[in-house]
Every structure is written in C-alpha cells, then in structure tokens.
Design a protein around this ligand. Structure first.
Ligand SMILES: Cc1cc2nc3c(=O)[nH]c(=O)nc-3n(C[C@H](O)[C@H](O)[C@H](O)COP(=O)(O)OP(=O)(O)OC[C@H]3O[C@@H](n4cnc5c(N)ncnc54)[C@H](O)[C@@H]3O)c2cc1C
Length: 379
C-alpha cells in the first residue's frame, strides 16, 4: 500500500503549501517528545504544526519533517478556592477548550472564543481578541527545549509575552507539550445567578452586548456575542464561508513611537501601548519605521499602536481586492485577512502581502509585519 504524504495545503487553514519530505502525526505527549528528539538527533529541519491556522507555507513544501501535533487531554490541577487550574495537552483544539470552560461556568478565556488552532500554539503568539489575551489566564507551559533535549517548566514571565509575540515566536527553539491555565470558577457555592464573564474590555463587544465597558455578563452570553461578531468578519472557520479560508489577520497592528504617530493623519486610529520589552524591539524592522525614528529608539519609546486595517484601507486597498489573475484576495468582510479564493498558491499569497506592504510603506512609511509564521516564503 502506498501512503501519500499530504501537502501543507491540506493541513493549513489558508490551504496553501506543497508536500513536505516527511510528516509525523503524534497523538500523545510521549510521541511528541520522541518525534522532536528524533528530528533533533537526525539533524534535519523540523516544523511543528498544530491546527495550521497561523502558518503559510511555500509551494515547495518543507525540506525536513513536519510534526503534526494531535495530543489531547484536559486535566484539573489543585487550585485555590474559587479558581480552576487546567493542564491542557498541546494538540487540544483551542475552541473546544474554551467551549468546555464556558460550559462549566469558568471565566478567563471566553473572549478568545472561536480562535482556531491548537492550545499548544496559543502562547506562541499570545493569542488575543476582544480585549483578552491568553496571557491573563496563563500560568506556564511544560516545554521541551530541543537544543538541550531537556523538559522544563516555563512560567508566564519566562515566556516573554507581548502583543502577538513570545520568546517562542521570537525564535526560542522547542515545543510546548502542555499549557497550564488558571480561571475563575463562577459556580462557587453562594454565587448568585449565571456564572459571569471577566469584565468586557472591548468597545465593539460591549456595544454588541448592550452593556457599558467593564461590565460582566453571563459567560455563555459573552461567548455567543464573540462568535457572532467573529462570524460577521469571516473570523470563524466555516466551510460555508469562503472568507474564512485564511490565516486570520495577516498583519499585526504596528507599534511606533509617539513622535512617528504624530506624523500620521489625525484620523488614523491609535491606541496607547505598554512600552515594549527590550527584546521585542528587534521584531520591528529598522527600515520599517519613519526616518524620524532612525537611529533606533529604545524599546520603551514604542508606545503607540496603529490600526493595520486603517493603514491598508487608506493606502487604497479595499475589501475584496485581488491582483489581476491571482486567486488570493482580501476578504470581503475584513481588510486584514488574505483569503485563498480557490486554487491560490503560497506564491499568490506572498505576492499580495508584499503588494500591501509596499503600498502602506509608500503611503505612510510603516512596514507592516506578517502575523502568521511564513514557512519558505518571504515578503
Ligand atoms: C479565521 C482565523 C481567525 C483567527 N483569529 C485570531 C485571533 O482573533 N487572535 C489571534 O491571536 N489569532 C487568530 N488567528 C491565528 C491562529 O488561529 C492562532 O495564532 C492560533 O493560536 C494558531 O494555532 P495553530 O495550532 O493553528 O498554529 P499553527 O499554525 O499550527 O502553528 C503556528 C506556529 O506555532 C508553532 N507551534 C505550533 N504548535 C506548537 C507547540 N506545541 N509548541 C511550540 N510551537 C508550536 C508552529 O511551529 C508555528 O510556528 C486566527 C486564524 C484564523 C484562520
């Protein structure tokens, strides 16, 4: 019997990417450890893949082994009164986990409803949406360092989390084996009514719920509202929605200095941003900031977050846009998502992303940075 290796297009949500040299699917923690150590010992390159929802791969596939992480399991750990601690295996689908926690009346990750992918990948870019990030519920991760071959525990602080980043996304090599989260138990005896969410921290979500910012609503209601908002933007994987054949937002919101932000049109949205961690500033390309910001500023001076969607739209690129002859296009619901409209290649996606980058740079002097991990592709 011949077993054919699936293409990365079959394992990623944007459905592009060629056939890798080798694919190993691992169904439990031990198999994951063994596969990572085997790849390390053989000296070949390896690519970790969970749900493939933040990976955009080249049409050439991957020279090396793709380790497809499918380990499952959620265990309860001891926790203080009123709190719930969970240890979640890396391959557990993130949204199944959110549904489980909400179903039990536990709050802390409910605004992250509907984000595709695996739990092990969630700390990699500190997933966030609607005013919540995994950081606020994260205790730490069981981690296999594939340079030393040692298993260790990395606390939240050691993961260096920031806006869509962590030490793992910035290049620390290894695999998250499991993720520990701490949530609030809204079902404690004596609590009145339905278990409540964490305070609503996003204006659009508060509006959708018809409550002031900072309110708590039943946790299940919050999940429903987030899923409805996400669906309206094509941000929930849905076989019936062609706009969801994407990697979610393709670009992160740029973080710039106050001085640079002042050079933009007054109507450009901007939000205060906690000063960056010193090592994150390396992720901002030095040629990607306005000439006024050269020589490079200290990390602490990058304090303003801009809207990538606004920059793209105001560089003249609208929803539904596509380059002539290309099957990659901008989502018809959300300017930040690049969509495979059917038969697009990795090269089509990269070409459109580079085009957007160049237009925004020419118009505003900002080089947008891709949010997904690009494998064998460059912008
Ligand atoms: C429709 C849609 C909507 C989205 N909305 C959001 C959103 O609102 N907010 C948000 O933050 N993201 C969003 N995303 C992006 C994506 O869902 C998240 O980044 C998710 O956490 C990726 O999980 P994954 O398992 O699919 O990662 P993959 O694409 O499989 O992997 C992503 C990266 O993590 C690495 N990795 C995977 N598993 C592990 C592991 N166990 N240990 C170490 N490294 C690992 C991979 O090597 C790769 O570099 C969206 C994506 C889509 C398609």
């Amino acid at each position: 019997m011949t077993v054919t290796t699936p293409a990365l297009a079959d394992l990623t949500t944007i459905r592009v990417g060629g056939v890798p040299d080798r694919l190993v699917a691992v169904d439990d923690r031990d198999a994951l450890v063994a596969a990572v150590l085997e790849a390390r010992d053989s000296g070949e390159d390896r690519l970790l893949l969970g749900g493939g929802s933040n990976t955009v791969a080249s049409d050439d596939g991957f020279e090396g082994t793709v380790i497809h992480i499918r380990s499952r399991g959620v265990d309860r750990l001891p926790a203080p009164e009123g709190r719930v601690r969970l240890r979640v295996q890396a391959g557990e689908p993130w949204d199944d986990l959110v549904a489980l926690t909400v179903g039990n009346g536990w709050s802390g990750i409910e605004a992250l409803s509907g984000i595709p992918g695996s739990t092990g990948a969630a700390p990699v870019q500190n997933i966030g949406a609607y005013g919540q990030e995994i950081e606020s519920a994260l205790v730490g991760v069981e981690f296999l360092d594939d340079i030393t071959g040692e298993e260790e525990y990395l606390s939240r602080a050691e993961l260096g989390l920031g806006y869509r980043t962590s030490t793992l996304k910035r290049g620390r090599s290894g695999v998250v084996l499991s993720v520990d989260l701490e949530l609030t138990d809204g079902t404690v005896p004596g609590a009145l009514g339905a278990p409540l969410s964490a305070p609503v921290a996003y204006a659009q979500l508060a509006d959708a719920l018809g409550v002031p910012l900072g309110s708590r609503v039943p946790v299940a209601e919050l999940r429903r509202a987030v899923l409805a908002l996400r669906s309206s933007k094509g941000m929930v994987l849905d076989p019936a929605d062609p706009d969801s054949v994407s990697s979610g937002s393709f670009f992160t919101n740029p973080i710039v200095s106050e001085q640079f932000a002042r050079s933009l049109p007054a109507q450009a949205p901007r939000w205060p941003q906690d000063p960056l961690e010193p090592d994150t500033v390396l992720t901002i390309p030095l040629d990607g900031v306005h000439p006024m910001d050269v020589p490079p500023l200290a990390a602490a001076e990058y304090t303003v977050k801009l809207s990538a969607a606004w920059l793209i739209e105001n560089a003249g690129i609208r929803r539904g846009f596509a380059l002539p002859g290309s099957s990659a296009g901008i989502s018809s619901k959300h300017t930040l998502a690049i969509v495979n409209r059917g038969g697009a290649t990795g090269a089509d996606v990269a070409q459109l992303a580079s085009f957007i980058q160049a237009r925004v740079q020419a118009e505003f002097g900002v080089v947008l940075q891709p949010e997904p991990v690009l494998v064998g592709l460059e912008l």
